[in-house]
Design a protein around this ligand. Structure first.
Ligand SMILES: Nc1ncnc2c1ncn2[C@@H]1O[C@H](COP(=O)(O)OP(=O)(O)OP(=O)(O)O)[C@@H](O)[C@H]1O
Ligand SMILES: [Mg+2]
Length: 621
């Protein structure tokens, strides 16, 4: 479905141009402002030389009139030299103008792109879950390109052409007569109007092309990211067909775009020829009546041909500019996207003394129709460990997202050391919480990079220390490239257990006072489970920890265990108390014990003593 951020429906608005102005006249950058001014001067000079050169050409022709008995060869040569010089200078100044302005242009592009990128990172999790990443990156990519196009074309094609138009009209008026000047102006206006009119009609095809291009891209990215899943279900053909549907739309829109381009080009050529004919006819009439010289006829012709070049480009320019505007608009709309979770004005940094977490009657819903947490209250005293257990979908991970303030709650309060998390800055809140998420996704980079991500700038020794504490160091040294091994797209070259230990290592490196552990559901083999457990015990020592657990054996030592079901805490207490209660927890415990015993038995049969400790058997993730 079309997303309003992407398509930019309706006529192109020129508002994005105004949004761009501050970037072109940047505050605190006098050097860039100076460049803008200098390039304007060069623009005028280049246009001046462009308009004078056909005139010199005409004068040369007059000197060569065959009726003259003796041609003043010296004058002719001087005129030819002047003509040459003007041709060189018009190019030189145009190039200087572009070169000088380039820095301003790329500065603006960079600023806008970086600002948008940073802004996209501040948008809520909800926004990102609903958005398609492939499409999002295209919006930024196209928006940046749009700025490039707009500046290149608008500043150095439209303005010069307008200026050239003014200069030429004056020349034609002064040298020939007002009718020649007027017919040229009429031709240019007619030409421009026709171009704009047709181009506006054509824009819909471009939009369709863009939309299906974004669609195809999103589908391709999503399908390639899910490469494994596609294989599991033998759905390559289904994926290809989906991709082809978008490509078919793209092809259809492209053809319409091509046909309409032909109409545009033919119309433009006709108007141009009419204008040229009018000027030539008027001048010929003038020569016949002894008003003008032959040289002026030639000069008039040269002027129109010279005007034809930028005008011919005008179609492309208008197309590109409107396209650039549409793309920029989409990008600026992204930049205007309000943040769902915002810092309060004047929010202070969170001050952590012990790191006591308190949930007071927290009510939360992702969508208004379905309440996920229905009044959850608990306290994790400073330095203690509280575990949350319960069936899948109960709302356990939701608790961690709320504590991290990915979403704001509907009712109740969440505090850390007595400060409501809505009253402090998100940055300070997130800096004190370390999270080992349920699904660890890694960057497609080296193991070292992924661990160091916990604290960018950590040195080699600290990284290795963290890896050792997370019990992943032995595994890493077994890798052919050691710490420099690549982990693959989203970390898929590592097993689930290995990935999780990398995540633990980077949280150790972050060294936060509050810890949030969301245990992976994938059944790890007992050896790996024990190792991960001891790694987790290592980091949760002396920290306030909230542990979300599936394997109850990992939380028997917790200071309090909360049993969450359908967004409500139905049982709470220490392990022994809950067992004595003989309720939900006790039955979960017994089930898991039985399953574990059965697993152990199986293990004994197939256990391979040669497997080095610390290497997880690879299991599908
Ligand atoms: N972004 C979201 N938008 C809408 N609903 C969501 C979203 N994320 C989770 N939910 C729903 O909220 C409920 C609780 O999800 P949550 O991830 O907290 O479950 P969980 O207890 O962690 O389960 P598991 O043990 O499987 O990890 C689920 O029913 C889920 O479908
Ligand atoms: Mg979960």
């Amino acid at each position: 479905m079309a997303h309003p951020v992407e398509d930019g429906s309706g006529a192109p608005s020129f508002k994005p141009l105004w949004r761009l102005m501050p970037y072109l006249w940047p505050k605190g950058r006098p050097d860039l402002k100076a460049r803008v001014l200098v390039s304007v001067v060069f623009l005028i000079l280049a246009t001046g030389f462009t308009s004078i050169s056909p005139l010199i050409y005409g004068w040369t022709v007059d000197q060569l009139r065959p009726t003259r008995a003796n041609i003043a060869l010296g004058t002719v040569m001087a005129l030819i030299a002047a003509y040459m010089t003007s041709r060189i200078l018009l190019q030189a100044f145009a190039q200087l103008r572009d070169g000088i302005f380039a820095k301003v242009q790329y500065h603006a592009m960079r600023e806008v792109a970086v600002e948008t990128f940073a802004h996209v990172h501040t948008l809520s999790l909800r926004f990102h879950l609903e958005r398609k990443t492939g499409g999002l990156s295209r919006v930024i990519e196209r928006g940046t390109k749009g700025i490039d196009t707009l500046l290149s074309f608008a500043l150095f094609s439209i303005f010069p052409t307008l200026l050239l138009m003014v200069f030429y009209s004056i020349i034609l008026w002064v040298e020939l007569n007002v009718w020649v000047a007027l017919s040229t102006i009429v031709m240019v206006i007619g030409y421009t109007w026709f171009t704009f009119w047709i181009t506006r009609w054509r824009i819909q095809f471009r939009r369709e092309m863009n939309q299906s291009d974004t669609d195809a891209n999103t589908k391709a990215v999503d399908s390639l990211l899910n490469f494994e899943t596609v294989k599991y279900f033998n759905n390559e053909r289904h994926e290809t067909r989906r991709f082809d549907v978008s490509m078919e739309k793209y092809a259809g829109a492209s053809i319409q775009s091509q046909v309409s381009l032909s109409i545009l080009n033919t119309g433009q050529a006709t108007i141009m020829a009419l204008g040229l004919g009018a000027v030539m006819g008027l001048t010929a009439w003038g020569i016949a009546h002894g008003q003008f010289s032959i040289g002026l006829f030639v000069a008039g012709n040269a002027i129109l041909i010279q005007l034809y070049q930028p005008l011919n480009l005008l179609g492309t320019v208008y197309r590109e500019i409107t396209q650039g505007l549409v793309d920029m608009e989409a990008m600026f709309r992204l930049l205007n996207q309000p943040r769902e979770v915002q810092d309060k004005p004047g929010a202070q940094a969170l001050k952590v003394s012990g790191g006591e977490i308190r949930f007071e009657n927290v009510i939360f819903a992702y969508d208004p129709e379905r309440t996920v947490l229905k009044g959850v209250s608990f306290t994790v005293p400073a330095g203690k460990t509280v575990a949350v257990v319960g069936p899948s979908g109960a709302g356990k991970s939701t608790i961690s997202r709320i504590l991290y303030r990915f979403y704001d709650i509907k009712g109740g309060r969440v505090t850390i050391d007595g400060q409501d998390i809505r009253d402090v800055t998100q940055e300070s809140l997130r800096s004190v919480i370390g999270i080992v998420p349920q699904d660890t996704v890694l960057f497609n980079d080296t193991v070292k990079y992924n661990i160091a991500y916990g604290r960018i700038g950590a040195n080699e020794a600290e990284i290795k220390d963290a890896a050792r504490l997370a019990q992943i160091d032995k595994f890493i040294t077994l890798l052919p490239m050691g710490y420099d091994s690549m982990v693959g797209e989203r970390g898929l070259k590592l097993s689930g257990g290995e990935k999780q230990r990398v995540a633990i290592a980077r949280t150790i490196l972050k060294n936060p006072p509050i810890l949030l552990l969301d245990e992976a559901t994938s059944a790890l083999d007992t050896g790996t489970e024990r190792e991960i457990q001891s790694a987790l015990n290592e980091i949760s020592r002396n920290r306030t920890s909230l542990v979300i657990a599936h394997r109850l054996s990992t939380v028997v030592d917790a200071d309090e265990i909360l049993v969450l079901d359908h967004g409500e805490i139905i049982e709470r207490g220490r392990h022994s108390e809950l067992l004595a209660l003989n309720g939900h927890y006790a039955s979960m415990w017994n089930k898991q014990r039985e399953a574990a015993a059965a697993r152990e038995k199986l293990k004994e049969v197939e256990n391979d003593p040669d497997v080095a400790p610390g290497i997880a058997k690879t299991e599908p993730v």
